[in-house]
Write a protein that binds this ligand. Sequence first.
Ligand SMILES: [Zn+2]
Ligand SMILES: [Zn+2]
Length: 332
Amino acid sequence: MRRDEAGKWPCSGIFKSCSPRQTYTGVMFSLPAPFRPLSTALATAALLCLLAHPASARAWGNGGHRMINRLAVTSLPADVPAFLRAPEAIAEIEYLGPEPDRWRSPAEPELSAAQAPEHFIDLELAEALGALPHRRLDFEASVYASGQRPEKIGLQPWEATEVWERLKAAMREYRALAARHQETRPAEQAVIFYAGWLGHYVGDGSQPLHTTIQYNGWVGANPHGYTTGHQIHWQFEGPFVEANIGEPDVRAAMTPLQPIHGDLFDAYVAYLHRSKSFVETVYQLEKAGGFMGAGTPESRRFTAQRLAAGASMLRDMIYAAWQESAEPVAGP
Ligand SMILES: [Zn+2]
Ligand SMILES: [Zn+2]
């Protein structure tokens, strides 16, 4: 997902970059209230953005998100319930891969604004405030106390954790209904929706540029001469993936099932850190022309590995939710 996600308004010297965090459907003219006095200059800047990024632009792109969800659910082990591996469930979970990108429309401005920060996190800024707290509201409080706003830093790990917990709760309901020999289909529908929804954020988390202030053009000291232009983000995750990366390449790069031990939030933050460790690789590949046209063997291999990391983590998280949903719930 793009970092339109962020409400970091792009284009022009006023804002950070022509970021793929934008929704390029004319939404840029619906500016947040603080920016409205700048409307004339910004409208010009926004028009340049619209020209630079197609309206269909999406983080990993539509195809990448669908692929991650499909690969995850089709590689679940045989001891998850059969309904989750049925063709209709696989089709629905694949469809839901890009679902949160459908919530960026100017037709739903409140939703668009509220969910935008859930697609990314600038770990440099977030961790400058201390170890990440497990609860979203605690993090938001520390951000506000520092004089900043959460939508500028991102809320990725909290959204992913909360949707995973929704999935686990739905699985617990399914188990309870099944144990009482009652109709389970309503709970199955909930499980399928939460698994698909979760897949979007886990997919975003495998894109290194969703974890960093270097999200779309290098900022700060630049001894290696990485691009400072604002194309790299979408160029990498959108058109390059669509044109060059096939499902067999990604499936082959997936890891075997790995149980998630311990706290899910901590495991998810570790996953984001691993993604972040590849930020410079993305810039190095871009510098070598790796995301132009067919790219290079290295850029294609790297991109397939990143998509595979998302699919593998999503599979592992769904399986962990299933296993943990069997555990008795402790009293308050
Ligand atoms: Zn996204
Ligand atoms: Zn993106």
